[in-house]
Design a protein around this ligand. Sequence first.
Ligand code: AMP
Ligand code: ZN
Length: 458
Amino acid sequence: MNIYFYNTLSRTKELFKPIDEKEIRMYTCGPTVYYYAHIGNLRAYLFMDTLRRVLQYNGYKLKHVMNITDVGHLVSDADEGEDKMMKAAKRENKNPFEIAEFYMNAFFKDIEAMNIEKPEIIARATEHIKEMEQYVQKIIENGYTYQTEDTIYFDTSKLDKYGVLSNINIEEQKAGARVDFDPNKKNVTDFALWIKAPENHLMKWDTFFGKCYPGWHLECSAMGYKYLGDHFDIHTGGIDHIPIHHENEIAQSKGFSGKIPANFWMHVDFLTVDGGKMSKSLNNLYTLQDLEERGYDPLVYRMFNFGSIYRNKINFTWEAMDSAKTALIRLREGYKKHTEGTEHISKEELNQYENEFLKAINDDLNMPVAMSVVWDVVKNPKKSKELAELLLKFDKVLGLDINKEVEIQIPKEILELVEKRKQARLNKDWAESDRLRDEILNKGYIVKDTKNGMEITK
Ligand code: AMP
Ligand code: ZN
């Protein structure tokens, strides 16, 4: 079946055709590891994971690279402020390499808990300095740079067009440029490729330009090129990457090879909290651990995200998390019910479900529609192992561990009745024991007396 993805480059949904049928090559801008990931960041990696799973469901093999930025990402995306890693090192009184190691591992733990698959290749910026240096040298050779005493800049006026993703008009930008625009830059859209490190900078390497560190944008271009070549299928990131980071990646790649590096540029929109931005100062910035401490399994957060398509914002509320929690339990119960069934479902009906599901996921990863097909299967009035198998197949995309045993939460009220029944039995008051059993049954629970004691089921 055809696959359609929205391409930020063309601003349309396009038919996806891989460059090489045997293997899809893609790149995802990964985390800057200076702190714990928040649940907004995790939405971005869930999008990456869903994309992976959909491509794999369609039978494709993947070569997927995600970078770990452990140097060079300044506080502002546009070359201003302190390096985020250095700032964290000061905050925690550690060296930036320790900070990177710690938060990278925390990130991997988070994504594993959310069933987010790790891309085939994880590329750490600090392990690719040589490749970055060579990349810059080629851009210099091709005549796309100028330099000041301490920085090599990319000259965006050398390009046929800068701003292909966001359709930036440079003249307008110039006119509107802020007064504090870096006077060393020739054009407002120029950016730093290679920077001489100040004395107190802890992350620096001996290079052709002295002791330097790389610009953040350059890292992705150089590592993408190393593993995927100068032309690959898909590049992904968050919408905040469109106007600066990805424009600059494209600019550099054009300066390096003359090509836009990827055919498809896909971007995930933001998670908002209570309708607004998530931020520390508003005290509404949550990590996965915060959710777990409030009793939500990381897969509940996964389920919550399937309520919206990745290109729309999604608003986080605790009420919505409660609904997702209930929905996940129902889904697993529904699966279990079908595993116990003996009825037969026709091939046509199964095919129809499968086609509808595939059509939804292949329509730019439309998870809300895909979930509605899943619910149709769950609610099918027949109980059938074939439907259970189908749900298990869909779970390759959903990653919700649909076959996980549901731990039934017995309400306190029921537990109290069970305790009373126990007492009645000890007192050999069989009439009271039966009455209590019926009362429990009326409330939706069954008590059975087994060799191992009483068993309660819903
Ligand atoms: P960073 O580690 O800050 O570079 O961000 C990692 C990823 O999270 C990037 O792809 C961002 O676009 C994305 N991101 C940041 N904030 C949010 C948010 N509130 N919702 C969704 N994605 C976000
Ligand atoms: Zn990047």
